[in-house]
Design a protein around this ligand. Structure first.
Ligand SMILES: [Zn+2]
Length: 213
């Protein structure tokens, strides 16, 4: 090599790498493919050995670049909204119990932050709750859709058919469970009941001498 100056030599090498980037990448990719398992083991061992150092470094890096990272995350989310949300859902399903426990622990440790978050997102939370409730209510309405009063056969407006427990095995009343129970639990309870139109339901209780379900 004709370069005697160290700086020049370095610049030349840099330039060379840049020019042949594809070649270098292909080479390292090939190496990686060939030694995948070996590399994974090595990486794992390294991560284990330097756990605290890596953690500290990551923390420091995150603190230093807090705004850049937030911006990048925002941009990435906007670009890949659907993918991110699907990945999140899958991840949640896989680690449900762990995430729930961790969230609970964090909430108990940070009541002020929780309070501030609720205050900040009041409207959003309200909307979310309403959407949740509407979804559940629709589930119950759909269940009633193709049914009729078990006493008189009325099915003009199935939305107002009422659930009546017949076997004395009532766990909860379906109407009040919409907001706080899972669909499958509500479904099991609905399956225990017969459906009655308001008239027949009212008369049934009236004639038995009690007004509550
Ligand atoms: Zn009826």
């Amino acid at each position: 090599m004709a370069y005697s100056d160290r700086e020049k030599k370095r610049a030349y090498e840099r330039e060379y790498r840049k020019k042949n980037r594809a070649k270098f990448l292909a080479k390292s990719k090939k190496y990686y493919e060939k030694n995948k398992e070996k590399i994974a083991i090595k990486q794992k061992a390294y991560a284990k050995k330097h756990r605290e150092r890596i953690k500290a470094y990551k923390k420091e890096y995150a603190e230093k670049n807090i705004e850049d990272i937030a911006k990048y995350k925002r941009e990435y989310y906007e670009k890949h909204k659907r993918l991110v949300s699907e990945q999140g859902k899958r991840r949640y399903q896989k680690h449900k119990e762990k995430i729930k426990a961790k969230t609970k622990e964090w909430r108990e440790k940070n009541p002020d932050k929780v309070k501030a978050y609720i205050e900040r997102n009041k409207d959003k939370i309200k909307k979310r709750k309403r959407r949740y409730y509407e979804r559940k209510a629709k589930f119950v309405l759909d269940y009633k859709k193709d049914k009729c009063c078990a006493k008189c056969g009325w099915n003009k407006h199935t939305e107002i058919l009422q659930f009546h427990h017949t076997k004395g095995d009532k766990s909860f009343s379906v109407g009040t469970a919409i907001g706080n129970k899972k669909n499958e639990i509500i479904k099991a309870e609905m399956d225990k009941c017969i459906l009655l139109c308001p008239n027949c339901h009212f008369w049934l209780h009236y004639s038995k001498g009690k007004m509550s379900e």
